[in-house]
Every structure is written in C-alpha cells, then in structure tokens.
Design a protein around this ligand. Structure first.
Ligand SMILES: [Fe+2]
Ligand SMILES: [Fe+2]
Length: 261
C-alpha cells in the first residue's frame, strides 16, 4: 500500500483501513497526473534558438530603411487593401470638405450644415491616419493614391441642397461600410487575426452607428421640406434651438458623419 493510500486510510478514523473504491480511484488519478507532469517537463516542445533562425536571417538581410524590420506575416493583399481604404477615406473627406465650402457660401448661409460637414471631413481624414498608423505598425508601406475632384454644386431641383447633401452623405457612409467589410474579408482570407480585429474594433461598429445617425438626418429633412424647414434644421445642427441644446449637440459637439462616441 503506498503512502497516498495510507494517508487516505489514516483520514478514515485515524486508523489504517482499506480505502473506499472512490478514494482508490482518486489515488490512481493522482498518480496518472503526476506521471504526465513528469513527461511534460522532460519533453522539449519549443527550441527558440533553432526556430528563430529563419526570422533572424530575414532581419539580418533587411536593407533598412527601404524594408521594414517589423513586418511579420503581413500579406501583400492586406497591404494593398489597406492603401485602397486609406484612399476611400480621403475621397470621402474631400467630398465633405466640398460640402462644407458650399454651405458656408454667403448665398447659401447654412452655418450648422457647414460646420457639420467640416467636422465630418476632419473625421474621415482621422480615419485615414488611423489606417496609416496600422499599415506602418505591421510593416506595410503607405501609398497615397489619387483623389477625384468632388462636385462643387449641391442644389437639387426637387430635393433642395440640404436633403440632397445628406442623402449623398448617407450613400457615402453606406459605401464606406461595404468597403470596410471587403477589407475585413481580405484580412480573414489571409488569416490575419490582428488586422481583422483592428477593423472590427476601430471601424465597423462606428461605421454602422454613423449610418444610423445620417439616416435620421435624412428622415428629418424629408419631414421639414425645403425653405424654413431647412433653416430650422440648420439651427438645430448648430445647437441654436432648444432641441439642439437639450440634446447637447451644438456645432462643437455634433456627431459628424464619421464620428460616433
Ligand atoms: Fe470613415
Ligand atoms: Fe464616415
């Protein structure tokens, strides 16, 4: 009888008795675990100085500053898709900037909408910079692509300028959501968990929320019609009306198309 069984027996009334079947089973299990632990500690699963050799050779050959030291399991497909998304964010930023300039004109005179689109433009550029930081973090190369000339006139014969601009913004935000999901798919296809997580945590939720907010603005502008309704909506955006003040959404605090808390 081994020591474990003796101990088990001692615990049963302070005298040496034969342990119950359940206790014998536990003692056997303890011996098995003990043997497994001994096996684990004697086996070598990871040989760092051997396994690191390919990486070390890559780093040694890296010709700084033209090549990245940090790059590790970063597919070219992901690098290209990231540069395309940076370009999309810049294009949308440029269009929003054009909308800002339009609503800021003296013969348009809608400062709330002008400020809204100015904030939205800055927000999209921040998104581009966030993507740039991620590209550099992974050792990719940021490549800025051409930006198309945006429209400069936003008067629509039937809808007027404000509703047309907000419907345009909604379309752009929805298109951006589609593009972000395409980027996410490229990351998943490359089995790049870090990139997929970055897109999910930093962009997708915020983009979905942005679409909801702009959709509500479109609904409100459809209700108020053109003329005085747009004037009141603009005052609401700028925080000049009680509704805007109650919501805590003045021009400074207004959620931009790409900005969500
Ligand atoms: Fe964006
Ligand atoms: Fe946006």
């Amino acid at each position: 009888m081994d020591i474990t069984l003796q101990k088990a027996g001692t615990l049963l009334g302070n005298r040496l008795v034969s342990p119950a079947p359940v206790q014998r089973k536990h003692a056997k299990l303890a011996r098995t675990v003990c043997m497994a632990k001994t096996k684990e500690t004697t086996e070598v699963n990871f040989v760092p100085f051997q396994e690191v050799k390919p990486q070390l050779a890559t780093v040694s050959k890296t010709d700084a500053p033209t090549e990245s030291f940090a790059r590790c399991n970063y597919e070219v497909s992901c690098e290209h898709a990231m540069n395309e998304q940076i370009n999309i964010e810049y294009n949308i930023s440029y269009i929003y900037h054009s909308l800002y300039a339009f609503f800021d004109r003296d013969n348009i005179g809608l400062p709330g909408l002008a400020e809204y689109f100015r904030n939205s433009s800055a927000e999209e550029r921040e998104h581009a910079e966030k993507l740039m930081a991620q590209q550099n973090r992974r050792g990719g190369r940021v490549k800025l692509l051409s930006i198309l000339l945006p429209e400069t006139e936003f008067n629509h014969k039937d809808k007027g300028d404000a509703l047309y601009a907000m419907e345009l913004a909604l379309s752009l935000e929805k298109l951006n959501f589609i593009k972000l999901r395409e980027l996410h798919k490229v990351a998943c296809d490359a089995e790049d968990a870090q990139l997929a997580d970055f897109i999910e945590s930093e962009f997708l939720q915020e983009q979905a929320q942005a679409i909801k907010i702009v959709s509500e603005y479109v609904s409100q502008l459809r209700r108020v019609g053109k003329g005085l309704g747009v004037f009141e909506f603009d005052r609401y955006l700028s925080g000049a009306t009680p509704a805007g003040a109650a919501g805590g959404m003045g021009a400074a605090g207004l959620p931009a198309a790409g900005a969500v808390a």
